[in-house]
Design a protein. Structure first.
Length: 364
């Protein structure tokens, strides 16, 4: 089977997810893969950049997106010609993005069907573009099948009428651990518990819950907290900055720094108010770090059975209790880093191919 995998985001976890999926698919017998990323993707500028056979120029900013969208009929013709040279049997959208209908127009010219892997069935507060969910649903309605990474997302896709019918089956998948280059941990001279909240600093991430919980916990000499990521300045960030032992770094974190952040930490804290699943949790698991997360959305499902996972309710009282528990065991060894995250990705790839093969008419 020849598979085209595409994801045209420029930053963040989405291109990395697509690259890891493509690499895992390549490891399967009788499977050939073409990866299409945005030509300006940050991932392509790293020292371990993936092989990208079909780079595509996308856009920067709203004006660039509108121009590219307006040029879709002309651009689709040229893109279809490039795709045709690889002779794919099917295409897989690894994670939806704003410009995907351009790819759909090109695939239609080739009578080539595609699968969409949906990470979020609903828009989180403060996340994405205003038309993001409309574009995603339009993409799903044109797909041969739609995949979900948690049962929570699968249920929402069914409720929205986007998947689960004979004409558009629902593929049940899971999010593998996301491996970064994490430096070896050196023994620390003190018993400090290093807590990291990493990712986009958006309202649904529950940073206000974390601020309230840390305020109730009070100053603790054995606790260091870093909030690192990019987002709008909020009262929650101001409250966190005012707390002793807490630092806030509101900035974009480039790919090459992520491993170092994970290496600094003992625990990744995810005090989310809502979630589908978490790429941060996937990175923590691969790095052998504990995860403190709220029981919302698909997080409990994703973290089920993970030895380093602690779950609490999405309120400050439950979060305080969980933090108190962690402070009682700062000297316990960290969970062992995952020896082979690639095996989990290969399981995802094999499951995807197996389920796609069962979709009537999906493969050309």
């Amino acid at each position: 089977m020849r598979i085209l995998v595409w994801q045209w985001g420029r930053f963040g976890a989405a291109p990395r997810f697509a690259a890891a999926l493509a690499e895992a698919l390549r490891s399967l017998p009788d499977t050939q893969v073409v990866l299409s990323l945005a030509s300006s993707a940050e991932l392509l500028r790293t020292h371990d950049a993936p092989a990208c056979e079909l780079p595509v120029a996308t856009y920067s900013g709203l004006a660039g997106f509108l121009w590219r969208a307006a040029c879709t009929p002309l651009a689709a013709r040229g893109l279809a010609g490039r795709i045709a040279s690889f002779h794919p049997d099917i295409a897989v959208c690894a994670m939806p993005g704003p410009l995907d209908l351009l790819m759909v127009a090109a695939l239609r010219r080739l009578n080539l069907r595609f699968i969409v892997i949906v990470h979020d069935a609903d828009r989180h507060p403060g996340d994405g573009l205003p038309l993001q969910m409309w574009l995603q649903r339009a993409l799903c309605r044109r797909a041969a099948a739609v995949g979900a990474l948690t049962g929570h997302v699968a249920a929402r896709l069914r409720a929205q009428g986007l998947a689960g019918s004979p004409s558009r089956p629902l593929l049940l998948l899971s999010h593998p651990p996301m491996a970064f280059d994490v430096p070896p941990r050196t023994p620390e001279a003190d018993a400090t518990l290093r807590l990291l909240s990493f990712g986009r600093l958006l309202p649904y991430k529950g940073l206000d819950l974390l601020a309230e919980a840390l305020h109730r916990l009070g100053p603790r000499p054995g606790l260091a907290v870093r909030i690192v990521g990019q987002g709008p300045e909020t009262a929650a960030l101001d409250a966190l900055r005012a707390l002793p032992g807490v630092t806030v770094e509101n900035r974009w974190v480039p790919e090459h720094e992520i491993g170092g952040l994970l290496g600094w930490s003992d625990v990744l804290v995810l005090p989310y108010r809502e979630a589908s699943q978490s790429g941060v949790a996937a990175a923590a698991i691969a790095a052998g770090r504990r995860v403190l997360a709220t029981r919302v959305g698909g997080l409990a499902e994703q973290l089920a059975g993970e030895p380093g996972a602690v779950l609490c309710d999405p309120d400050a009282t439950s979060l305080v209790d969980a933090l108190e528990g962690l402070l009682q065991m700062p000297r316990l060894p960290l969970p062992r880093p995952l020896a082979d995250a690639g095996a989990a990705w290969q399981q995802l790839a094999a499951s995807l191919v197996q389920q796609v093969a069962a979709v009537p008419g999906a493969v050309s």
